[in-house]
Write a protein that binds this ligand. Sequence first.
Ligand code: NI
Length: 176
Amino acid sequence: MIREVLRMGDARLLRVARPVSEFGTAQLAELLSDMRDTMAHLGGAGLAAPQIGVDLRVVIFGGRSNPRYPEAPPVPDTVLINPELTPFGEEEEEDWEGCLSVPGMRGWVPRWKRLYYSGQDENGRRFERRVDGFHARVVQHECDHLDGILYPMRIRDFRRFGYTDALNLPVAVADE
Ligand code: NI
């Protein structure tokens, strides 16, 4: 079922979400199904449970290849629950981001360039990956939602934050 995505200003987006403790439940399956439907409907690159008002540490992301990283492998469709992120090296990278909770806008956001992430899949099985580039960016964006952080809070230069149509960016940037 397609769910309403909360927009910046809604206090529910500012909560620190709770860990998932039970796997294989009908509620978790329904949540993931709703998240996939909602992300697909809006053409997003990722979605976090708090964006549909669910206070749990669950994110999904993946799908299409990114025009800004034509050489990079596409981000695999991923369910990541109770994630932990660990930067690998000190290097940062800045790039444009958009968010389904901040519709119609884009901002220039610093992120760790490389990181490890670990967590659980929808069956509770642990997995980990070492990633970089757009994959690393989307994971950081989604996991920020679990701690009540929206990308505008990370922007350093507000001259590079604005309405998508007014910014006239050279490449399409997906909402996350
Ligand atoms: Ni977002």
